[in-house]
Unconditional design. Structure first.
Length: 543
RNA sequence: GCGCCCGUAGCUCAGUUGGACAGAGCAGCGGUUUCCUAAACCGCAGGCCAGAGGUUCGAAUCCUCUCGGGCGUACCA
């Protein structure tokens, strides 16, 4: 990497001058006058060394190894600006070409097993647009971490029993009666009113099941099983349509069956992590970094969601995952801090669990902005959205914003824009390059044979520098749970390519130059392809 | 009340962890097609970075307060 080249030169020089270590930055320059990279080393180091920044900068520049750079300048209050030699940039491209498909990958993970848990919506209804954000975020994070050398497992956690599921069963029962005996459905208070249960009821009614329609208590199990089975299928279909697949579907009931919950509770008790109050068992969360003490076992002896959640994470640990990332919405803040407190009490390593938190999605239709409620049946289904504007565009919109920002999905805009969409803009760059390679004859399409020193135009050098940043972008996007950085980067690369493409011809009379440009364009296509792949978008050959 | 997140161009959003004159897409206006896909390119216009203080060489970024929006503050999941 070019940045590392600058950094190494700088560190050697700094150490050679006998100065103590300081935290300084080497950054890509934001404007061409500032060269290729700049450092604030002299500004940061001035205090420690006791020399004025500009004077210190001058001493650093004097001591730099000769011939490493085309030019080095001191600017402003004491920045040092580095102008790279063309050869240095060209050789970076050589390295990128050599890395091939593996360019951008790193081995930070060292094969560690990492579980990413996301969506985890209970099977009480189809996925909403909100779940879609989480699905894409989790899926992209998973791919990013794979690129960093982690062994990644995608897991979906769901609850198929309990009060919510009982309500679901009863709601379906009412819808069934509506179909079968033409009685108007009376959806229970807090029940599920959405139209999807009508569809399921209609299917059931036409399938000739032998059910006691008079006595719900006798047919409850039937409706519960059917509701969960069919809705889970819907959810899987919705996810598949977005290109999201899970390695593992984990049912909460397995924890109950194995008695894990009692075991974990006992261990919490042994470690003094719980106390009794008002007939309930409480987690001592506040003393262990949690936001507030919370109930684990209700006064009727039933475990709370929190209790199960802690047991679930102990189970993940037992299954051998070295790290776990849970992707969750911003409404689980207290819960998250309590789970962490619980794991802390049980002595799990602090770095075992991380939460990637995202804000909500609201849907804008015209002037109205609305939040969604699965229960009330008031939501835009993920399925409808994907059918409306396509998986690629949905995925792009979902990760183009940073997770901690609210995402306002303007339906009309997303659709109206669809032809001038950033998602298509990126794909189009890929397509254009594919088209070049369809035309270029085989003599000129062997990148290894090219003389890269012919790439001397400013946009060409700029493109190489952009490509060179790709591994750093991947790394940062993963480590900071910020896939939008990749979306941004890719858009910028596509834009730089389109500009280059319209000004310069790749295929020309000059065979050597053509070869060199093909090599460049090949590397660009490779990075675009990788980026789209990580974002889960298609990389079309033709549009 | 308290906790977390957000407030940047008409709209939707970036802003490299404190750096140099604030960026992109869309919308608006004006241009570009003998030539690798015009789903493109070029140009113009658009901002007191919600507001007020503070920290220092330097603040959209850090601290305090105010205003505005979202979420949470359940023996719900």
């Amino acid at each position: 990497m070019l940045e590392n080249f600058v950094r190494h030169s700088l560190v050697e020089t700094w150490n050679g001058l006998g100065f103590p270590e300081v935290e300084a930055e080497v950054q890509p320059a934001t404007r061409p006058e500032h060269g290729d990279f700049s450092t604030n080393l002299a500004l940061v180091g001035a205090k420690q060394v006791g020399i004025h920044p500009r004077e210190l900068a001058a001493r650093i520049v004097d001591a730099l190894p000769g011939g490493n750079f085309a030019n080095v300048e001191i600017a402003g209050p004491g920045f040092i600006n580095f102008f790279l030699r063309e050869g240095e940039i060209q050789s970076a491209l050589r390295g990128i070409l050599r890395a091939g498909d593996r360019f951008g990958e790193a081995d930070i993970g060292g094969g560690k097993s990492l579980q990413i848990e996301f969506v985890s919506s209970n099977p009480t209804g189809p996925l909403t647009v909100g779940h879609g954000r989480q699905a894409v975020l989790g899926d992209v994070l998973a791919t990013l971490y794979s690129a960093l050398g982690y062994e990644v497992t995608r897991e979906y956690y769901f609850n198929d029993e309990g009060r919510q599921i009982d309500l679901l069963a009863e709601s379906l029962y009412e819808r069934y009666l509506e179909q079968k005996v033409l009685k108007k459905a009376e959806i229970p208070v807090d029940g599920y009113a959405g139209p999807y249960l009508i569809d399921i009821a209609r299917d059931l009614a036409s399938e000739n099941h032998e059910i006691d329609v008079i006595d719900f208590s006798k047919s409850k199990d039937f409706f519960r099983t059917e509701a969960v089975r069919r809705i889970t299928k819907m959810i899987k279909d919705d996810l598949a349509q977005l290109g999201v697949k899970f390695n593992n579907w984990f049912s909460e009931s397995t924890l109950h069956e194995r008695g894990e919950i009692d075991k974990v509770l006992d261990r919490l008790r042994e470690r003094g992590g719980v106390y009794e109050k008002d007939g309930a068992v409480w987690l001592r969360a506040e003393d262990n970094g949690g936001i507030k003490d919370s109930v684990l076992i209700r006064n009727d002896k039933r475990a709370t969601y929190l209790m199960v959640d802690i047991a679930y994470h102990i189970d993940k640990y037992r299954r051998g995952f070295e790290r776990v990332i849970d992707v969750q919405g911003a409404d689980h803040q207290v819960e998250q801090s309590c789970v962490k407190a619980g794991l802390r009490i049980l002595g799990l390593p602090e770095e075992f669990l991380d939460y990637a938190v995202h804000q909500f999605v609201s849907i804008k239709q015209g002037k109205q902005t609305a939040r969604m409620s699965t229960r009330a049946g008031r939501f835009i289904s993920l399925r409808a959205l994907v059918e409306w504007i396509g998986p690629d565009v949905v995925r792009y919109f979902m990760i183009a914003r940073k997770p901690e920002s609210h995402l306002e999905f303007d339906l009309e805009l997303a659709r109206a824009q669809s032809l001038e969409n950033p998602a298509y803009y990126i794909q189009y760059a890929h397509t254009r390059i594919a088209s070049i390679f369809r035309r270029g004859d085989s003599q000129t399409t062997e990148p290894e044979k090219s003389d890269l020193s012919l790439l001397r135009e400013p946009p060409e050098l700029d493109l190489i520098k952009r490509l060179d940043r790709f591994p750093a972008v991947i790394k940062k996007a993963a480590l900071e749970f910020a896939p939008h950085l990749l979306a941004d980067y890719t858009l910028g690369l596509a834009s730089a390519f389109h500009t280059y493409y319209s000004k310069y011809r790749v295929l020309g009379e000059d065979v050597a130059l053509t070869r060199a440009r093909l090599a460049l364009v090949y590397a660009i296509q490779n990075v675009l392809h990788r980026s789209l792949e990580i974002m889960g978008m298609s990389a079309p050959e033709e549009m």
